[in-house]
Design a protein around this ligand. Structure first.
Ligand SMILES: [Zn+2]
Length: 189
């Protein structure tokens, strides 16, 4: 796995380098800092030891020890990317091209007043808990590649839930054929 170098701010405390002030190097191998777990020392001298860390997302990052201890750095960078997505979702959620897709998927499974509810929530189809978060949904469906224009999120196993690994993009026609029992289709998206 390639090491992702994350630019980090230099830590100065009272005008001197933190390493000098701290004195001896403390081994933090195996320790967890947010999403990061320290794998091993990875050089660094001027601004303190840096450490190779494995991030929960699967990436790795080399981080200056002080940035770990201070909480300045708690992921390979994925946490702030997630935060950006979430902020965009909060401030402009209806503008994201997949927001309606996510919303309608949830509606199909949760809104009893929908005419197609009996084909989804009504027969036990659920949306996985992870996808309560639009940001998580976006992250997971990015693995499917971009959605072809006008296509909709569909399940691979028609009796399975909406969850990572059981979804694909499909045309509305396909999705209609996949539903069970058959009923009029008005709310594809
Ligand atoms: Zn990460």
């Amino acid at each position: 796995m390639p090491i992702q170098k994350v630019p980090l701010p230099v830590q100065f405390v009272g005008g001197i380098c933190y390493r000098q002030k701290m004195g001896r190097l403390v081994d933090i191998t195996g320790k967890r800092f947010g999403r990061l777990v320290v794998v091993r020392r990875d050089g660094g001298a001027r601004h303190g030891a840096s450490w190779l860390c494995a991030c929960d997302c699967g990436n790795s990052a080399t981080v200056i020890g002080q940035n770990l201890k201070s909480g300045n750095t708690s992921s390979c960078g994925c946490a702030s990317r997630d935060a950006v997505v979430l902020r965009n979702v909060t401030h402009g959620k209806s503008r994201h091209p997949l927001y309606r897709c996510w919303k309608n998927m949830r509606q199909r499974c949760m809104n009893r007043r929908r005419p197609d509810y009996h084909c989804y929530g009504g027969r036990g189809i659920r949306v996985c808990e992870r996808w309560d978060s639009f940001a998580n949904f976006l992250e997971d469906v990015s693995a499917l590649g971009p959605r072809p224009n006008g296509w909709t999120i569909d399940r691979i196993d028609n009796d399975g839930d909406y969850k990572p690994g059981n979804v694909k993009w499909s045309t509305r026609g396909e999705q209609s054929r996949n539903r069970r029992p058959s009923a009029e289709w008005r709310h594809a998206d």
